[in-house]
Each structure stands twice: as C-alpha cells, then as structure tokens.
Design a protein around this ligand. Structure first.
Ligand code: URA
Length: 198
C-alpha cells in the first residue's frame, strides 16, 4: 500500500470529532498520487457521504464541466475537502471540526506535492489564508513555500447565485496559464539542488 492509500485508510476510520458518529462514509479524496493540481472543497454533502467520494453531486457535475473547459478530466487532478465527513443537514463546518481535520489535509498535501492548490470556497481559502476575503482574492494566485495557491468561489455558489457562474467559469480559464507559471517556478527552484548534486 502506498503512503497515500494508508492515509486514506486512516481518514476513513477517523474518530476525531462527532461527525464520525453521523457519517455514512468519510470522504478522504481521490486522484493521482502525484497530481499537478489539487482542488480543495468545503465538506462532503449527501451524495459524497453515501458514496465516500468527493464532488459526486450537483456541485461535482459543475466542477467536471469546469475542468473539461480547460481540457481536464476529474481523474487528472486530486480532489478533496477541508473536512472529510458530512456535517448533518449540510450545515457549515464548525471551528472544532475544521481543527480536528486540519492535519489530514496538511498530510495529504505533504504527500501529494502539487504544483498548484486550488481552493474552492471561503472555508478552503481560509485554511491557508484566514484573513482574506474571497470576493477580493478569487481569480488571483499567490506563492507560499514553493506551492502556488489559487482561490475560486465554490462551484455550489453558482448553483445558488447564478450571477457568480460566469466569474467561476472565467476564473477556471486562468488555471492553465497559472499552472504553466507554477511549473516554471518549481523547475527554477530545483536547479540549485541539482547543481549541488553534481
Ligand atoms: N461540496 C464540497 O465542498 N465538497 C464535496 O465533496 C461536494 C460538495
């Protein structure tokens, strides 16, 4: 078993907060072991809880359309959430639930080593940039510790607020260029290490 598969198993059996008692399945995440891009949503909903897979409901369908608009399929990227278990009635995650889950997401990112992290919605953005406001930073990339972070509105926001739909579509279209830049930056950062090994 790979370290990522082991981590998924541990997440699936996680007892750290009360959501463990109401979930059907924990939803660790899915995708390649070494993805270029990781998408991070908020929390599993009804369908995700039933299936143990992220973004398989209506928001997931829109996410798949967005990915296809830039020539990607969901199997090309890693998809996960800030919290891994469904909050009852799809309520917002509580601070204690986010804290209990924090180290799972951190460990996932450590193993996945993506070039680009795309946060979907304000809870996901706040995991990395707690002081920011999504209406100001969506569609903008920033670098921290050799990972580029890019904030987008959550795809479900477009289902509730149709006026955001175009914004989300436009923000998605910028991803290929941002990924190209992220790849370049990572290559540049690797160079001194390669030289020192000669
Ligand atoms: N919304 C999320 O944030 N995550 C999912 O997995 C599904 C819907």
């Amino acid at each position: 078993m790979t370290p990522l598969q082991e981590l998924h198993q541990k997440i699936s059996a996680c007892p750290r907060c009360a959501l463990a008692r109401t979930r059907v399945h924990a939803v660790p995440g899915e995708g390649p072991e070494k993805p270029d891009i990781v998408f991070i949503g908020e929390a599993p909903g009804f369908n995700e809880d039933q299936q143990g897979r992220p973004f398989v409901g209506a928001a997931g369908q829109f996410l798949e359309e967005l990915l296809s608009s830039i020539g990607l399929h969901r199997k090309d990227v890693y998809i996960t959430n800030v919290i891994k278990c469904r909050p009852p009635e799809n309520r917002d995650p509580l601070p204690g639930e986010i804290e209990a889950c924090r180290s799972w997401l951190d460990k996932q990112l450590e193993l996945l080593c993506p070039k680009l992290v795309v946060t979907l919605g304000r809870y996901s953005m706040a995991h990395f940039f707690p002081k920011e406001n999504i209406s100001k930073v969506h569609g903008k990339a920033r670098k921290r510790d050799s990972i580029i972070y890019y904030a987008m509105y959550h795809p479900a926001a477009a289902l509730h607020q149709p006026s955001l739909r175009n914004t989300i579509i436009e923000d998605m279209k910028k991803i290929p260029e941002i990924l190209a830049q992220a790849s370049k930056i990572q290559e540049e950062e690797k160079k001194p290490e390669q030289l020192s090994m000669l």
